[in-house]
Design a binder for this molecule. Structure first.
Ligand SMILES: [Fe+2]
Ligand SMILES: [Fe+2]
Length: 269
């Protein structure tokens, strides 16, 4: 299968760009599935039901999130009834919504899990203890033809360790949250595609997608009253990866895709 994963959408311009590109790329690259991290899609903080619906309408199949999932309270009732919008799996028991899902598509059945790391992140259950749940639920070549884990976290070491723990068990492990793309996309030894961070889809003339002046001011004057950060208004770069799997469900390739905005443009050969 050929699957597009788009990194953290930051704000309206990035949303519009992503939705426009999903429609084009689905056809152009003959994509079987599209997965998007939307944790910053609503003004940089959280996501709303209307934004989720727009992504599904554009052709997204599953949406993932992270630490910002609850920033817009109206998402709580929506996520409670959705099997296509995920929150991190290792949030405490009783948290609304699902942390993993299985969706039947035309070209096969896909499984997606969303987890959050523990280092330098808001508190969640120990992430390594949840990995067996993922492997037991998303069984490659059994109940799913393709499986992807969105590892939402700050520390590259932890993300890489999770990927190696899952190597050979899932089709892909992709990192999100840092809002900066890494250049280490690769197929791990046992066939799992991996990248430490896909990068945000947002304005890179910014500090991780937010207005430079306000974000810098927080560092320069840590004791002053925090001003609310606004999404940086420049042209966004869509940051994504395209993963291709073979008949065994493991990956043959993972390629970055960067379109629009300030970053160097990368399209598929
Ligand atoms: Fe994010
Ligand atoms: Fe995040």
């Amino acid at each position: 299968m050929r699957v597009l994963f788009i990194g953290d959408i930051v704000g309206r311009k990035a949303r519009n760009l992503a939705q426009e590109k999903i429609v084009i790329l689905k056809d152009q690259l003959k994509l079987d599935a599209v997965i998007v991290n939307v944790e910053n899609a609503a003004g940089g903080f959280g996501v709303t039901p209307a934004i989720c619906d727009d992504f599904f309408l554009a052709g997204a199949d599953v949406l993932t999130t992270g630490n910002h999932v609850w920033d817009k309270r109206e998402i709580i009732s929506y996520i409670s009834e959705s099997d296509r919008l995920l929150r991190p799996l290792n949030m405490i028991k009783g948290t609304p919504g699902l942390g993993m899902t299985i969706i039947k598509l035309k070209s096969g059945t896909i499984g997606v899990a969303n987890i959050m790391t523990n280092l330098f992140m808001s508190r969640t259950d120990p992430v390594f203890e949840k990995l067996t749940d993922i492997v037991n639920y998303l069984k490659l070549n059994d109940n799913v033809n393709f499986s992807l884990v969105d590892v939402h976290g700050e520390a590259s070491s932890e993300k890489m360790a999770i990927a190696n723990a899952l190597d050979g068990e899932v089709s892909a492990v992709v990192g999100t949250h840092t809002h900066v793309p890494t250049a280490d996309h690769q197929i791990l030894e046992k066939g799992t595609a991996y990248i430490t961070d896909v990068g945000m889809s947002g304005d890179y003339n910014s500090i991780i997608g937010m207005n430079k002046e306000d974000a810098l001011n927080r560092f320069l004057n840590p004791s002053s009253k925090k001003t609310k950060l606004e999404v940086s208004p420049g042209e966004p770069t869509l940051c994504a990866v395209v993963i291709e799997t073979g008949i065994n469900g493991l990956s043959k390739s993972i390629n970055p895709l960067r379109l629009g905005g300030k970053l160097e443009q990368v399209s598929l050969k």
